[in-house]
Design a protein around this ligand. Structure first.
Ligand SMILES: [Zn+2]
Length: 250
């Protein structure tokens, strides 16, 4: 199976919000990575998660320090992929550090970044994002996803689903209500993109949760289920917030 881990760049978050013993802490800030996956399967170019994007000044959103500009498109270009080559963007959930790169400012107007792609998300995730009252957006920003619905590019999934042969998603709620994980299978090989279900290898310890997890009980239940599957079947797991050790079996 041919795939590439894409590194959108680093962000620094409040250290007490994200337990990570091996992390690089400066003052009260913890450095974490923001990793995506590019894969070609069943003749389609697929991007899993879209990073932070370049359209906002994230200091306005309380994210005080982050790498600028973001590397997602540059990293894709390094492997010969242009934005309009992407057929499918699969989002684990709609928080801005995973969905921000879905849209960009095109001469001051919001537009989908990947013009030929369909974007896949759990319907319940979009419903939850839309149910939140401004200004407390809890990590959801309509600019990241409303332009996709407006252009007819958003595809809603309802629970565990096969997107195309070899590419499936599984519901893994808790971090957010419609959070999904991604399973890619080719022959005997399986790659697992866990999103924020466990976003660094240290969080495969069942009891570790972060301040960003909405429903801890749901999260630990989902984590128990998916860790068992990943462990038993020797899946290669990709950790989206890792700086080092971005991929391993668990
Ligand atoms: Zn998140």
């Amino acid at each position: 199976m041919k795939y590439n881990i894409i590194r959108d760049g680093w962000i620094k978050i409040p250290a007490d919000s994200f337990p990570l013993d091996s992390g690089e802490i400066n003052g009260n800030r913890l450095l974490i990575g923001l990793n995506q996956l590019f894969i070609r399967i069943s003749g389609k170019n697929i991007l899993i998660d879209a990073g932070l994007g370049n359209k906002c000044d994230f200091t306005d959103l309380g994210l005080l320090d982050y790498q600028k500009p973001r590397e997602l498109l540059h990293e894709l270009s390094k492997i010969g992929i242009k934005p309009n080559d992407i057929d499918i963007v699969l989002l684990t959930h709609l928080h801005y550090d995973h969905a921000g790169g879905c849209t960009f400012l095109d001469a001051g107007k919001l537009a989908p970044t990947f013009t030929n792609a369909l974007y896949y998300i759990q319907e319940r995730e979009l419903e939850y994002a839309r149910s939140l009252d401004s200004p407390d957006r809890c990590g959801y920003y309509p600019d990241d996803y409303e332009p996709l619905t407006a252009s007819g590019r958003l595809v809603m999934l309802d629970g565990d689903s096969e997107v195309i042969p070899g590419l499936s998603v599984g519901l893994a709620p808790g971090h957010s209500p419609g959070h999904q994980v991604v399973i890619i299978q080719s022959g005997s090989e399986t790659v697992f993109f866990s999103g924020d279900l466990f976003s660094v290898v240290e969080h495969t310890n069942l009891e570790v949760v972060t301040e960003h997890d909405l429903d801890t009980k749901e999260l630990l239940k989902a984590r128990r289920k998916w860790i068992a599957l990943a462990h038993e079947n020797r899946w290669e797991c990709i950790f989206c917030h890792a700086v080092r050790d971005v991929m391993s079996t668990i």
